[in-house]
Ligand binder design. Structure first.
Ligand SMILES: Nc1ncnc2c1ncn2[C@@H]1O[C@H](COP(=O)(O)OP(=O)(O)OP(=O)(O)O)[C@@H](O)[C@H]1O
Length: 365
């Protein structure tokens, strides 16, 4: 399909779902003027196991801007959750951040080197600067404590001057923001439906007005209708409150709809980084195109899914060159011997020797 037609269709899809959706140029302009919030430089995460050191994340460089929605997509085991946990400084042994730095830029200009902080030092910034929504609300909410107390505990721990009454009022407002009636503050988590639990968890993540919320498959455990409702609510809250989001999912179609930028991970590395329109309409990396074929946008007509032939590599036995070469339709000798670095091509970035070449541009069509 002609590029302009694809671009127009992508814009149509996004506009239908979110009438206020910006154009790619508007997103680019907004990000260009937004200050950096979280900067990862050459971030490596390794699982230290009995069978060896698993290089789960390698050389991730990223600047998340204030108010940006960054999507991270990739097949299972590509390293998405490991990276998210490292960015949120939540990783636990056997995972260790084995290289690189992570810096948080406060709004007053102070820079916090999160990667050098102890857990004790990080506690101050949890909930207030960095907040997290995981896949399973039941695993995150305390089953034996009423919802209201879970909110007021978090609010008062981070601001001891807030009275119990004020904290309760804030908790009620937060619940109402996600469409849950305030009387549910007295409920225990198991008394709420799965969708409500997940929405309550999102409300809780916003209790201390964080700068960034890390979301790891936050809608996977609910049905499709509830998934759309929750996503819509997340976008509305984000537009109103301005927090940044790092959103991890294997579902690229979902990210195409909600993200300002999308990073595609393969075997622990970013292989492509770009805006949704580019990732959908003119992806630079063959893996991104495979992933896009496996997850077409929900608003596309039903068609046969392509899938990606082959399986991801064993991280303990990675190929010498490009990790995707054994599955890649464009792989040549250089791909099998030399690992491609992420580089700027047109408006995006890709780690592929063939990106931008005539054969690759032909393969995109
Ligand atoms: N505790 C662990 N010990 C050793 N290796 C691990 C551990 N946890 C994860 N890994 C490995 O790290 C790699 C990245 O896993 P990770 O869970 O981050 O991927 P993912 O992209 O989030 O996958 P999924 O979509 O299935 O959650 C995988 O190869 C996985 O097997």
């Amino acid at each position: 399909m002609h590029d302009e037609t694809v671009a127009a269709r992508t814009a149509d899809i996004l506009r239908t779902e979110h009438p206020a959706a910006e154009t790619t140029a508007q997103i680019a302009a907004r990000l260009a003027s937004a200050p950096p919030l979280l900067v990862a430089e050459h971030l490596d995460v390794t699982y230290v196991t009995e069978v060896g050191e698993v290089p789960a994340v390698r050389d991730v460089n990223l600047t998340l801007h204030r108010g940006e929605i960054l999507g991270i997509a990739g097949e299972s085991a590509s390293g998405k959750s490991t990276l998210l946990n490292a960015l949120a400084r939540l990783q636990r042994p056997p995972a260790v951040t084995s290289g690189g730095t992570l810096t948080f830029h406060r709004s007053d200009g102070e820079e916090l080197v999160l990667s050098a902080m102890t857990e004790e030092q990080l506690r101050r910034y949890r909930w207030t600067s960095l907040s997290v929504v995981m896949q399973s609300a039941m695993a995150s909410l305390n089953p034996v404590i009423r919802l209201g107390s879970q909110f007021t505990d978090v609010i008062r721990e981070h601001d001891p001057e807030v009275t119990e009454r004020q904290a309760t009022e804030r908790a009620a407002e937060l619940l109402e923001m996600v469409g849950i009636q305030r009387d549910r503050l007295r409920a225990y988590p198991h008394q709420l439906s799965g969708g409500m639990q997940q929405r309550a968890l999102i409300a809780l993540s916003l209790a201390c007005d964080p700068d960034v919320v890390f979301m790891d498959e936050p809608t996977t455990a609910v049905d499709v209708v509830m998934q759309r409702q929750i996503l819509s609510q997340i976008l509305q809250l984000q537009a109103r409150l301005g927090f940044a989001i790092v959103f991890v999912t294997h579902d690229l179609s979902l990210l195409l709809e909600i993200s300002d930028r999308i990073a595609i991970m393969y075997a622990g590395r970013f292989v492509e980084l770009g805006m949704p329109e580019q990732i959908y309409g003119s992806a630079l990396h063959p893996y991104t195109r495979g992933l896009r074929g496996a997850f077409p946008p929900l608003s596309e007509p039903v068609r046969r899914l392509a899938g990606i032939p082959g399986t991801p590599p064993d991280l303990l036995d990675l190929p010498a060159g490009c990790s995707f070469a054994p599955r890649c339709p464009l792989a040549s000798e250089v791909c099998r011997t030399t690992r491609p670095e992420l580089r700027e091509i047109g408006g995006g970035q890709a780690a592929c020797h063939h990106a931008g070449t005539t054969e690759e541009v032909t393969a995109r069509a």
